[in-house]
Each structure stands twice: as structure tokens, then as C-alpha cells.
Design a protein around this ligand. Structure first.
Ligand SMILES: *Cc1c(COP(=O)(O)O)cnc(C)c1O
Length: 382
């Protein structure tokens, strides 16, 4: 993200918003926080948006609201940022991985069905399961699909599988704020609860850490508001449950309110840039496939190629940054060694981790920059 170019576009309005907070001094839960929450809920089209300290805490608080703990299994993908599965383990629950689709990079609903079935019947030959899967008291409770690189997962199918098995669905929309699903619904509104992140490099980012939880459920929203402030009841010194210090700073809320103003135009520009890349690259590498009717938020523009190393080198030689998200799938990370997964368990995620490459993607790229990046990629192939 070119934060300096964005800063120039925002101009003095942003400075004035920040100064207003410095003047009124309500740094914790000041009026900008509620203002932002109303704007976010309207933008997404859900009843409640509860802002918080990060995308990780948004996921954590959502799981806490569902009472997730040691006897619970939660399904997610191994091809995501560590935070998605980390919060499951942090609560003492067991992450159960489900492989992704090779074109959308998102959780494969058919494999979710197989994994849930295997876990329910303690059948470790039916799908790769973590150590401890045979424990009698381990119950499947929920699913965290991830909208990777800004593209919604297939919620119609995922929600159906979850419903059949009595599981909740928590949408990890950390990368997909602003994206649209096939039915016209926005990301963050595609499951019974959703979490997003306002980390500076996400589609809508602040100038520090931030996040939000979205839900239509009044009781869940109330529980999350309580968890966010040390499990508060009637007031801050009435504590009815174990919670955290999970608030969003007022200053960050003020910054996000201004950034939200220009966000729709930024999304349009990301879409134009993605189309320009695809036009130029589709014959040499696997370009992102956006299913009919979907719109990505283009958190990343990610290509797949066996020549990844050569492409990366060529870009580097011309001073063009690129990045690999993610070089190691979660089931092979040291942090999750205790789950006992092994190489070969999730072949699509493993292959992608060896062949994906994310190119520069933000709304302030110029057409000629996109062209020269594309030419550099193509140069590897002749
Ligand atoms: C960034 C990210 C998170 C965590 O968000 P933070 O605000 O950095 O805590 C969680 N899940 C995914 C998929 C992410 O990309």
C-alpha cells in the first residue's frame, strides 16, 4: 500500500479529524468510535459492527462469544495467516484443517463435509485429522473460512455444510472488507459472524492496529461489547465474564472515518488495476479467477507459476517488490507441530505455498507501472 500517496489524496480533512480528537481528548471510546461503528454496519449491511484492537482480537472475541474452549474443534484452512488458526489454539480448542480450492485459494466445501464427517465418526482414514481427534469429548463446533486475498469463500455451500452439522460459521474477512459475494451481499455479512482487520496494509487500513466484528445477532453483539472491555456488565467495575482490553483507539476510528470516504473509489481503482494485470499476464501464468458475480477487494493480486523463483528474481532486478503469501502452510508450521499433521496432508495448500507470488497492488499504482511490472513477469517466459 502506498500510504503516502493515499495521505496526499486525503489532504487536510484527515488532519482536521485527528486534531478534533486531540481537542476533545476522548482517546478511549470517544464519539468517533460509535460514529465509525454505525458507518461500518451501514456499509456492510449488518445490524452490528463492534470495532476492536486488531483483526486477531476480532477473531478471538468472536470465538469467545461462542464459548469456545478445550473440548471444541474448529475447522479452518492451512493456507492463511497464522492468526486464523492461532486464536483457536489460544482458547485451548483444536484447529482442524481443511484444504483449499486451487483456483480461489479458499476452503473447499466438499472437503469440509469430509473433514466434519471424519471427526464426528473418529475415522482418521477418511480425512487427515489432528492428534487427539479420537478423544471422545472433542466436539466439532464451528468453521472459520477465510476470504483470501480479498475474494469471498463459497458461503452458500459452506453455510449449508455447517448448518447440516450444527456448526457456527465465523467469516475471516481480514482481507476482504469491501468485497462482494455472488448474491450482491458484502463480505463481513456472509456468515453469522465476521471479523475484519484495519492493519495498514489491508484494503481499509488505519495508522496502527485495528479490527471489527460484524453480526446481525443482538445477543452476540452485546456479548462482544462486554468481552472487549474486560467482560463488563452494567459498568466497567461490574465484571460478568472474563474478557480483554480489546478496544479500538479513538484516533484510529477518526482516521478510518476519513479513509472510508475515499474507499469506494479505491476499490474501483483496484479493480481496474487487477483487470489490467490479468489482460497482460493471463497467457503466461495462472491469474486470479474471480467466480461469476463476485467482486474481490484485491487485498493482493496473486499469480501462480512453477517459475516463481525466476519471476521474483526478474522483479527484484528491476527494484519491483513482490511477496509470497504464504511460504509455509499452517499444518507444517512449528507452532502447530503438536497437531501432528505431516507433509502431504493438504496437497493443494502445499503446492500453492511453493508457487504463489503477490505483485504490487494498491489503488495508487499508475497504468504504466502495471505495464512495466507485467512486462517484467512476461520477460521470464521468452
Ligand atoms: C491480517 C489477517 C489477520 C489478522 O489481522 P491483524 O489485524 O493483523 O491482527 C487475520 N486473518 C487474516 C486472513 C489476515 O490476513
Amino acid at each position: 500500500m502506498d500510504l503516502q500517496a493515499q495521505r496526499r489524496t486525503l489532504g487536510d480533512r484527515l488532519t482536521r479529524r485527528i486534531e478534533a480528537v486531540l481537542e476533545h481528548g476522548g482517546f478511549i471510546m470517544g464519539p468517533e468510535v460509535a460514529e465509525l461503528e454505525n458507518r461500518l454496519a451501514d456499509f456492510v449491511g449488518v445490524r452490528h459492527a463492534v470495532t476492536c484492537s486488531s483483526g486477531t482480537d476480532a477473531l478471538l472475541m468472536a470465538l469467545m462469544a461462542f464459548g469456545i474452549g478445550i473440548d471444541d474443534a474448529v475447522f479452518t484452512t492451512p493456507f492463511t495467516f497464522i492468526a486464523t488458526a492461532e486464536v483457536i489454539a489460544l482458547l485451548g480448542a483444536t484447529p482442524v484443517f481443511v484444504d483449499v480450492n486451487s483456483e480461489t485459494f479458499n476452503m473447499d466445501p466438499a472437503q469440509l463435509e469430509r473433514a466434519v464427517h471424519a471427526l464426528k465418526f473418529k475415522d482418521v482414514s477418511a480425512y487427515p485429522l489432528p492428534l487427539g481427534a479420537k478423544r471422545k469429548d472433542l466436539r466439532p463446533r464451528g468453521v472459520i473460512p477465510v476470504d483470501l486475498f480479498g475474494l469471498a469463500a463459497d458461503y452458500e455451500a459452506l453455510n449449508r455444510v455447517a448448518q447440516d452439522h450444527g456448526l457456527f460459521v465465523l467469516e475471516d474477512a481480514a482481507q476482504s472488507f469491501g468485497a462482494v459475494y455472488q448474491n450482491g451481499k458484502k463480505c463481513c455479512a456472509l456468515a453469522e459472524i465476521a471479523a475484519t482487520s484495519f492493519f495498514p496494509a489491508k484494503p481499509l487500513g488505519c495508522y496502527g492496529d485495528g479490527g471489527a466484528v460484524f453480526t446481525d445477532n443482538d445477543n452476540v453483539a452485546e456479548t462482544i461489547c462486554s468481552i472487549r472491555i474486560h467482560g463488563k456488565g452494567a459498568d466497567k467495575y461490574d465484571n460478568v465474564r472474563i474478557g480483554l482490553n480489546g478496544r479500538l483507539d479513538t484516533l484510529q476510528a477518526a482516521i478510518l472515518l476519513e479513509k472510508l470516504e475515499i474507499f469506494p473509489q479505491e476499490l474501483e481503482r483496484r479493480q481496474e488495476i487487477a483487470e489490467r494485470y490479468t489482460e497482460r499476464l493471463k497467457d503466461v501464468v495462472q491469474t486470479p479467477r474471480i467466480p461469476e458475480g463476485y467482486r474481490s477487494a484485491w487485498a493482493q493480486y496473486t499469480i501462480v507459476s512453477d517459475q516463481r523463483f525466476e519471476i521474483q528474481k526478474a522483479l527484484q532486478n528491476r527494484g519491483i517488490p513482490s511477496a509470497v503469501y504464504y511460504p509455509k502452510p499452517l499444518h507444517l508450521q512449528g507452532a502447530f507441530e503438536f497437531l501432528g499433521y505431516k507433509k502431504g496432508d493438504f496437497p493443494v495448500s502445499e503446492r500453492l505455498s511453493e508457487s504463489v507470488l503477490s505483485l504490487p497492488m494498491h489503488p495508487y499504482l499508475q497504468d504504466d507501472q502495471v505495464d512495466s511490472i507485467s512486462e517484467t513477469v512476461c520477460s521470464v517466459f521468452h
